[in-house]
Design a protein around this ligand. Structure first.
Ligand code: ADP
Ligand code: MG
Length: 703
């Protein structure tokens, strides 16, 4: 029997929750904190001092020795610099642990080494971190000890955002303000804010750590750069939702416990499609907390794996030929008095509001499909989007049969009076149908699917931060809401105006709606006919950030300045170039130090065998044929290696970030593929005993 797990006791035990604050803070300070959390503004320094002391006492009682401003630079992962609570000892040499309000609110890490895309010249290297009071502080416990982590935003001296959190928080404010205008029009005057909620489903692979350590490609790049397919892949579909094996189960159990302690609502776990692939989904929560928590989920997944002799791979495509990993970003909007704007709702009023919201989202996604696609791109995701697997790189919206029918009627006749069967809801308007609450049908091939009361954005990569996708979603929908509210607030006949606006938006933007098979070739052609963008790679998506339309959008809602957008472009090109460069160098290293020498040794032993067998007077033709075949692969590998070395050197000497990134994509990657092919063919020919690294079979079937 395993020990009892008391989830209620564990949950949030490492978090400086409201309950802890209520217990430890004087009433007036607690009230001030809650007010700032809920309504924004700044905490007074006096209150911050009190909070800091309470936070420090709580942390120290729980074993903490250090604190850190935990932030999310443009690397897409988190950063932390630890400071101990140690202060000057008093005259008797006694140590008093110290932590001030100032230290809580603001930090000044020497941050010159974080990517800033030119926003911060190194001579003014200072970057500032500022406490995000809306995301709770927590304790991280590992071999370093216990560290108090304070979620923070990260900006330059001039206040430019150098991180992923700041724009996200700005976008949340924008969507809240604009959505409030919409709900007010429908008579909801009690709501004071609208919250973007996010629930990310996280996919991951687990491999045996011993085997992992034998593969420099996994160590340096997170994916296999060589590897012939195993005899079995995922074709039997026996892994998806399959029984969870003991070793993996023990890992999942530990992972859940760690996450619960951190206040992450780990909820669903299952085996995914590919062998050795799994998924974890938490319960949705406020967007910025969901983003922070997803970072914690990824970090904890890796940490806990080590304890089980496993390694967690978050890369979007660790293995060629089997499914890669993504992150389904479920997104919805809810008022603080409990109305989900994406829920068809209970009353006629809510249903019309729902249709307007839907029409706005469709308009937003159509207008900014390029930006949305950009937000889901990272280097690893290029192996998924529009490549060998889904979802496609083309953005489209899936509504389900029933809603699509409603849209069609509205577009065709301006009225929608019939409704596909189901339990009906009233709209109370003769020109709008009574439709069912539950759009049950599902389409797994759609990148942006309506799933009952939320949209599921399925393009996001498994290793990527979900900050950008949610920033973009909030921004583009805020814009559509703003434009709708501008019209409706002035309308003389509100009902008529709403009706006309819904019809107008749906008519204009219906091309983005697609309920068919998003994986098919036919869709690619159809999408082109409809004029939908098909941006095939991460770096081709980069300049969508600075089109006139984007700059205007982000400026209007104060989410990014033009300089901030340009800096992000720069960082993306650089990140791409650096990543492919590491991959190329790793391939060169593995090919020249491991694979080619192993194959040479094998050809030598074959040659010896041929001679010996012939001398012994037997037929050596089989050995000779094999020798010939292997030698051919060796020759091909040698030539491809030389070519890769040549183009890599050329690439790394290039100076213009954009040109360099494109050269890596178009030339270096092709050279990498050209080296991989003969190496993988050689693997199929060579004695397994002499192959220098664990194979795909070893890695994904023997976990
Ligand atoms: P499925 O695999 O069927 O899509 P999962 O249960 O794996 O569903 O994940 C669904 C995710 O969507 C969960 O994280 C869940 O909390 C989240 N979710 C549910 N309702 C909402 C909502 N209204 N807004 C945002 N996310 C939501
Ligand atoms: Mg799921």
């Amino acid at each position: 029997m395993s020990e009892m797990i008391n989830v209620e006791e564990l949950f949030g035990s490492k978090v400086f929750t409201r309950t802890v604050m209520k217990e430890r803070l004087p009433k007036n300070v607690y009230k001030e904190v809650i007010k700032v959390m809920e309504q924004g503004g700044e905490l007074s320094l006096a209150a911050a001092d009190v909070v800091a002391k309470a936070m420090k006492d709580w942390a120290v009682e729980n074993g903490a020795t250090h604190y850190t401003h935990w932030f999310q630079p443009l690397t897409g992962i988190t950063a932390e610099k630890h400071d101990s609570f140690v202060s000057h000892p008093d005259e008797n040499g006694k140590m008093i642990m110290d932590f001030s309000g100032k230290e809580l609110i603001k930090g000044e890490p020497d941050a010159s080494s974080f990517p800033s895309g030119g926003l911060r010249a190194t001579f003014e290297a200072r970057g500032y971190t500022a406490w995000d009071i809306t995301s709770p502080a927590f304790l991280k416990e590992d071999a370093t000890g216990v560290i108090l982590c304070i979620p923070t935003a990260f900006c330059s001296y001039k206040g430019e955002a150098l991180d992923k959190k700041t724009p996200l928080l700005r976008s949340m404010e924008a969507i809240s303000q604009q959505a409030l205008r919409i709900v007010k029009l429908f008579g909801n005057t009690e709501a004071t804010k609208v919250v973007a909620s996010v629930g990310p489903e996280q996919e991951y692979f687990l491999v045996d750590r011993e085997k992992y350590l034998k593969r420099t490609d996994l160590i340096f790049t997170g994916r296999t750069l060589f590897g012939a397919p195993a005899p079995k892949g995922q074709e039997m579909e026996d892994h998806y939702f399959g029984t969870i094996r003991e070793r993996i189960g023990a890992y999942m159990k530990d992972l859940n416990i760690e996450l619960w302690k951190l206040g992450v609502t780990a909820k669903t776990q299952h085996n995914e499609v590919a062998p050795a692939q799994h998924e974890l989904a938490p319960i949705y929560e406020t967007a910025n907390i969901a983003v922070d928590h997803n970072q914690l989920v990824m970090e904890t997944m890796k940490k806990v794996a080590g304890r089980h002799g496993l390694t967690c791979l978050l890369h979007e495509k660790p293995f060629a030929g089997v499914n890669g990993s993504g992150k389904h970003n479920n997104w919805s909007l809810t008022t603080d008095n409990g109305v989900n704007l994406l829920d068809p709702g209970e009353t006629p009023n809510e249903n019309i509001q729902f249709l307007l919201v839907l029409a706005c989202i469709i308009k937003a996604v159509d207008r900014h499909a390029d930006l949305l696609r950009q937000s889901a791109s990272d280097v690893g995701n290029d192996h998924r989007l529009g490549a060998n697997e889904a979802p496609p790189a083309i953005i489209s919206v899936f509504l389900g049969e029933q809603l699509e029918d409603v849209v069609k009627q509205l577009v065709e006749t301006g009225e929608a009076s019939r409704c596909i069967e189901g339990g009906k809801l009233e709209t109370g308007v003769s020109t709008l149908p009574d439709f069912t609450k539950d759009a049950t049908d599902r389409n797994r091939t759609s990148p942006f699917a309506f799933t009952g009361n939320k949209f599921e954005f399925r393009m996001v990569g498994s290793a990527d931060s979900i900050a950008s996708p949610n920033t973009i979603l909030n921004a583009i929908v805020a814009e559509a809401f703003c434009e709708a509210a501008d019209v409706l607030e002035k309308a003389e006949d509100f009902e008529l105006a709403v009706h006309d606006l819904i019809k107008e938006y749906l008519t204009k933007h219906q091309r983005i709606i697609f309920n068919g098979d998003g994986y098919s070739e036919a869709w690619v052609a159809e999408a082109e006919r409809r004029g939908l963008p098909n941006i095939k790679s991460m770096i081709e998506a980069v300049d969508t950030l600075t089109t006139e339309k984007s700059v205007q959008l982000f400026k209007k809602f104060g989410i990014f300045t033009k300089a901030e957008l340009e800096s992000r472009e720069e960082v993306l090109y650089e990140t791409y170039a650096k990543t492919i460069n590491i991959e190329a160098l790793t391939m060169i290293d593995m090919a020249s130090k491991q694979i080619i020498p192993a194959v040479i040794r094998y050809t030598k032993s074959l040659a010896d065998t041929v001679i010996a067998v012939k001398e012994a007077g037997a037929d050596a033709s089989a050995q000779a044929e094999l020798l010939k075949a292997v030698s051919e692969k060796l020759t091909a590998m040698k030539a491809a290696l030389a070519k890769l070395e040549e183009v890599e050197a050329k690439a790394s000497a290039m100076e213009n970030a954009k040109e360099q990134a494109f050269y890596y994509k178009d030339v270096v990657k092709a050279a990498m593929d050209a080296l991989r092919a003969p190496a993988d063919e050689a693997e199929m020919l060579v004695d397994k005993q002499v192959w220098p690294v664990p194979t795909y079979g070893d890695l994904i079937f023997e976990v």
